[in-house]
Design a binder for this molecule. Structure first.
Ligand SMILES: Nc1nc2c(c(=O)[nH]1)N[C@H]1C(S)=C(S)[C@@H](COP(=O)(O)OP(=O)(O)OC[C@H]3O[C@@H](n4cnc5c(=O)[nH]c(N)nc54)[C@H](O)[C@@H]3O)O[C@H]1N2
Ligand SMILES: Nc1nc2c(c(=O)[nH]1)N[C@H]1C(S)=C(S)[C@@H](COP(=O)(O)OP(=O)(O)OC[C@H]3O[C@@H](n4cnc5c(=O)[nH]c(N)nc54)[C@H](O)[C@@H]3O)O[C@H]1N2
Ligand code: SF4
Ligand SMILES: [Mo]
Length: 737
C-alpha cells in the first residue's frame, strides 16, 4: 500500500529518485551509504512499506536555512530533498547537503557516551552509560566550584546548529544558573554587526526574493555561489531583467563570470575604495541631495573625509586601476532607480573589519536607496527582524553581572592562562557543544596546548568524532536535527521555520536540550526550567505572535512548516534608531568607540603598511574563506565529501609561485610565527592577485597529511569593532616542501 501524497510530497519523492541516481556515479558511494537505504532496493520495498514525510529546516550556519523533506520508512530516513514549495529552497539543498542521508545514517556517528582511555588528543575512548557520564561531569563541576568558584567552568558553543531551542536558548540556562564564565560568541560577523547600527541604528536588509527586481546588485566581499547558493537564482533573474552586477572581491568568485564589472582590491583596503566612490558621487553630483538633506546628518563631514580619497590615491592603496574605481562609482551613481549593496562577512574578519563595513554602509544612504522600496538599499544580516524572545528563554535573566566574559577568539590564550585573570582563576572545566574549536578557531596550536593540560576536564558533545572530540575526557553523543524538534529563523530570508523530528535519535544520542536538562538534574539543580521540552521553549519564544511574528502560532508552524514574517519595506518609515534619529554619516558614538566619526582607511595589523617588519618576514596575505563543499567544518566526516575535497590546496599567483620555484601540484609549506601547515599549490592568475593566497577554511585537520588546517596560522587579535575574529589579517610565507 502506498501512502497518499500531497503535491509537495510527490515532488519530494521525484526529487529523491533523481538524487539516488545522481549518486550512483560518485566514487566510494556503494558500501557505506544510501545504496543500502535508497535506490532500487528501497523502491521495491516501497510497495510493501508506506513512507512518511517529515519536514525539517537545515539548521547549519548558512544564509539559506533550507526547508527539507525527509522520507521515512521503517523508522529510518531513506531520502532527503528540498521543499519544492519554499521560494528560497526551491526543491533542492546544496552540493554538500545532497549528502545529508550519508551524514544522518553514517556508520561513523558517535552513538553513546564515552570516556577517554588514551592520552589527550589521541581520540581513544571506551563506552560508558549516560549515568556514569553525568555523574563524572557533575563531580568535576562540583570540584571546580569548590576550588575556584563557578567561573572555572566555561561553556563553548557556536553554530553547529542554529536552532532557537538547541542553540540560542535552552543549553545556556545551565551555565547562567551555575554562574559560569561567559563566552563572547564573536567569531563570525560581529565587526559588521557593530558597524551597521552606527549608520542606520539597526540592521534591516532587503528580502533576497526581491533581488530579482533591482537594477544593480553589488556583491561586495561575499561569495554567494558558495555561501548562499539559493540567492544566485535571484541574482541571475535580476540580470535577465536587465539589471547589472558588480563584484568587489580580492578573490575571483564564480559570480564574476557574469558580472558587468569586477573590482579586485587588495584585501583589507575596502574602506579606501568606498570613500573614493563616495568622493566621486559627491564631486560629480550623482548623489541624492534631497534624501541626504531630509534623512541624514553629517554630510559635510563625509564630503571632507571622502575628499581625502581621490580615485588616484585609492587606486594606489587598493592596488586597482583608477578606471575601475571611476566605473564602479559611475555604475552605482547612475543607477538612480534602484540598487542594492550586499556586504559579506568574510571581509570584516580583519583588524579593520568594522571600518570597512562602516565605510561601505554609507553609500546606499548617499544614493537615497534605504527605505525607498522593497528592492533597494543594503544587505548585511537582517538580524533586526528577529523578534523571538531569546532573552527570556536563555536563562540570561539569572546573570548577576559578576561572571567574566571570555572571547571565543581567544580560547587558546584563556586555556593557557595568558588571558587576563585566567592565570589565577583558571578554566578547569570546558563543556563544548555545537562547536569544533580545534578546526575552526584562531591560533589552534595554542588551543591544542591548552587542551593538553592535565588539570583541564573537557566535555565535548558532538555528532561526529571531530579533532575537538579527540581532546575530550568525556564525549557525549549528540542527536541530529532529523531527530529533535526545533525552530529556526533565516538570517537572510524572511522566514520562521519549524523543524519536526523524523526519526528517533540514533543509538543513545540526545538533543542539546535533553542533554543539558539531564546534566542539570545530575548536578542537583531542580529548577522548573530544566523540565522544559523543545515544544515548551518554542511556544514561549513566539509568545503572542507580535511584531513581525504577527499571526504566527506553534500550531500554524507545525502545519505549514515555514511561514514568512511580515517585515514590510526595510526602513520604509524612514525612522532610524540612531542617536539623532537620522542616518549618521557622522557618528559621535563611533568616535567614542575609537574610530573616525565618519569612516577611515586604517591598514590591517598584518600588511606592509600595518607592520613592515612582519611583512618582510611573511609577505603573502592568506585569505581563508568558505568552500562550497563544507559548511564550516561539517560534512568533512562524510567520505563522499572528503573525496570531493581531496587534499587541501592553496591558490597562488604565478608571479609569487615562480619567485619561489613553486609549480602547480607541488607540496608547499605555509608558515608564520603561529604555526606551519602543508598544502598542495594550485598556481592560478585568476584566483588572486600577486601577494594574496587563498586556502579554504575549516577542513578537518585530522584528514590532512600533517594533521593541521589553516587555523594553525590564524591570529587571535580582535577586530576594531565588535571584538570579531580576524582570520584574514594573516601574513604567511610559502615554500616548496
Ligand atoms: N580560517 C577561518 N576560520 C573560520 C572562518 C574563516 O572565515 N576563516 N569562519 C568562522 C566562522 S564565520 C564561523 S561561524 C565558525 C564556525 O564554527 P562552528 O560553529 O564551530 O562550526 P561547525 O563546523 O558548523 O559546527 C561545529 C560542530 O557542531 C556539531 N553539531 C552540529 N549539530 C549539533 C547538535 O545539534 N548538537 C551538538 N552538540 N553538536 C552539533 C557539528 O558536528 C560540528 O562538529 O568558523 C570560523 N572559522
Ligand atoms: N558552502 C559554505 N557556505 C557557508 C559557509 C561555509 O563554510 N561553506 N559558512 C557560513 C558562514 S558561518 C558564514 S559566516 C557565511 C559567510 O559568507 P561569506 O561572507 O560569503 O563568507 P566568506 O567565504 O568567509 O568570505 C566571503 C568573501 O570575502 C572575501 N574577502 C576576504 N577579504 C576581503 C576583503 O578584504 N575585501 C573584500 N572585498 N572581500 C574580502 C573572500 O574572498 C570571500 O570571497 O557563509 C555561510 N555559508
Ligand atoms: S547548508 Fe545551506 S544551502 Fe545547504 S541545505 Fe543547508 S541551508 Fe541549504
Ligand atoms: Mo559564520
Amino acid at each position: 500500500m502506498q501512502a497518499k501524497l500531497n503535491r509537495r510530497e510527490f515532488a519530494t519523492l521525484m526529487g529523491a529518485s533523481a538524487l539516488a541516481c545522481g549518486c550512483a556515479g560518485v566514487a566510494g558511494c556503494a558500501p557505506r551509504d544510501m545504496a543500502s537505504t535508497q535506490g532500487e532496493a528501497a523502491t521495491e520495498a516501497a510497495d510493501a512499506t508506506p513512507s512518511e514525510f517529515k519536514h525539517q529546516t537545515c539548521p547549519r550556519n548558512c544564509h539559506d536555512t533550507c526547508s527539507l523533506i525527509s522520507e521515512v520508512r521503517d523508522g529510518r530516513i531513506v531520502s532527503i530533498t528540498g521543499d519544492p514549495d519554499n521560494p528560497i529552497t526551491a526543491g533542492a539543498p546544496c552540493v554538500k547537503m545532497n549528502h545529508y542521508i550519508n551524514w544522518v545514517n553514517s556508520p561513523d556517528r558517535i552513538l553513546y557516551p564515552m570516556k577517554r582511555t588514551g592520552a589527550k588528543g589521541e581520540g581513544k575512548f571506551e563506552q560508558i552509560s549516560w549515568d556514569e557520564a553525568y555523574a563524572t561531569i557533575a563531580e568535576k563541576i562540583n570540584e571546580a566550584i569548590a576550588t575556584y568558584g563557578p567561573q572555572a567552568i566555561l561553556p563553548h558553543s557556536y553554530s553547529g546548529n542554529l536552532g532557537f531551542v538547541n542553540n540560542y536558548t535552552a543549553p545556556h540556562r545551565f551555565f547562567y544558573r551555575l554562574g559560569a564564565s561567559k563566552l563572547a560568541r564573536d567569531i563570525c560577523s560581529s565587526a559588521g554587526a557593530a558597524a551597521i547600527p552606527y549608520t542606520y541604528g539597526t540592521d534591516l536588509g532587503i528580502d533576497p526574493e526581491n533581488y530579482a527586481n533591482t537594477s544593480l546588485y553589488v556583491s561586495w566581499g561575499i561569495n554567494e555561489a558558495a555561501t548562499n547558493v539559493h540567492a544566485v537564482k535571484f541574482i541571475k533573474q535580476m540580470k535577465e531583467n536587465g539589471g547589472k552586477l558588480i563584484v568587489v572581491n580580492p578573490v575571483m568568485t564564480p559570480l564574476t563570470h557574469f558580472a558587468d564589472l569586477y573590482v579586485r582590491p587588495k584585501p583589507g583596503t575596502d574602506a579606501a575604495l568606498a570613500l573614493a566612490v563616495a568622493n566621486i558621487l559627491i564631486e560629480e553630483g550623482l548623489y541624492d541631495a534631497d534624501y541626504v538633506e531630509q534623512y541624514t546628518v553629517g554630510f559635510d563631514e563625509l564630503k571632507a573625509k571622502a575628499a581625502e580619497f581621490p580615485a588616484s590615491r585609492a587606486a594606489k592603496i587598493c592596488e586597482v586601476p583608477e578606471e575601475d574605481i571611476v566605473e564602479l562609482a559611475h555604475l552605482y551613481g547612475n543607477e538612480h532607480t534602484s540598487s542594492v549593496i550586499r556586504m559579506g562577512y568574510g571581509m570584516q574578519r580583519n583588524t579593520n573589519g568594522g571600518s570597512m563595513i562602516r565605510a561601505i554602509s554609507l553609500l546606499p544612504a548617499l544614493m537615497g536607496m534605504v527605505g525607498k522600496d522593497n528592492h533597494s538599499g543594503y544587505v548585511y544580516m537582517n538580524a533586526g527582524y528577529w523578534a523571538a524572545d531569546l532573552g527570556g528563554n536563555d536563562g540570561s535573566a539569572l546573570d548577576d553581572g559578576t561572571a567574566r566574559t571570555i572571547s571565543i577568539n581567544q580560547l587558546g590564550l584563556a586555556l593557557t592562562g595568558q588571558l587576563e585573570g585566567t592565570d589565577t582563576l583558571p578554566i578547569t572545566v570546558l563543556i563544548a557543544f555545537n562547536s569544533n574549536p580545534v578546526a575552526v578557531s584562531s591560533n589552534t596550536e595554542l588551543i591544542r596546548e591548552g587542551l593538553m593540560r592535565d588539570d583541564l576536564f573537557t566535555v565535548v558533545a558532538d555528532i561526529f568524532p571531530t579533532d575537538t572530540v579527540d581532546y575530550a575526557d568525556i564525549v557525549l553523543p549528540a542527536a541530529t536535527f532529523f531527530e529533535y524538534e526545533d525552530l529556526n529563523q533565516d538570517y537572510l530570508g524572511w522566514y520562521l521555520r519549524y523543524n519536526e523530528p523524523a526519526v528517533e535519535p540514533a543509538g543513545e544520542a540526545k538533543s542539546n536540550i535533553d542533554m543539558i536538562n539531564g546534566l542539570a538534574k545530575a548536578c542537583g539543580l531542580e529548577d522548573a526550567m530544566f523540565n522544559d521540552t523543545a515544544a515548551d521553549v518554542i511556544k514561549s519564544l513566539i509568545g503572542a505572535g507580535e511584531g513581525c511574528y504577527e499571526g504566527i502560532t506553534y500550531d500554524r508552524l507545525k502545519n505549514e512548516h515555514w511561514i514568512k514574517i511580515k517585515a514590510g519595506v526595510p526602513f520604509g518609515d524612514k525612522q532610524f534608531p540612531t542617536p539623532s534619529g537620522k542616518i549618521e554619516f557622522y557618528s559621535e558614538a563611533l568616535a567614542e568607540a575609537g574610530l573616525h566619526p565618519v569612516a577611515d582607511y586604517v591598514p590591517t595589523a598584518e600588511s606592509k603598511e600595518g607592520s613592515d617588519e612582519l611583512f618582510r618576514k611573511y609577505p603573502l596575505t592568506l585569505l581563508t574563506p568558505s568552500t562550497k563543499n563544507l559548511l564550516n567544518s561539517q560534512m568533512h566526516g562524510v567520505p563522499h565529501i572528503a573525496d570531493l575535497i581531496g587534499e587541501g590546496v592553496v591558490f597562488i599567483n604565478s608571479a609569487d609561485a615562480s619567485a619561489r620555484s613553486i609549480a602547480d601540484g607541488d607540496e608547499v609549506t605555509l608558515n608564520n610565527d603561529r604555526g606551519v601547515i602543508t598544502l598542495i599549490a594550485r598556481v592560478s592568475d585568476d584566483c588572486t592577485a600577486p601577494g594574496v593566497v587563498k586556502a579554504s577554511k575549516n577542513l578537518w585537520p585530522k584528514l590532512s597529511a600533517d594533521g593541521r588546517n589553516v587555523n594553525a596560522l590564524s591570529s587571535d587579535v580582535l577586530s576594531d569593532l565588535g571584538n570579531n575574529s580576524t582570520y584574514h589579517t594573516n601574513l604567511v610565507e610559502i615554500a616548496k616542501a
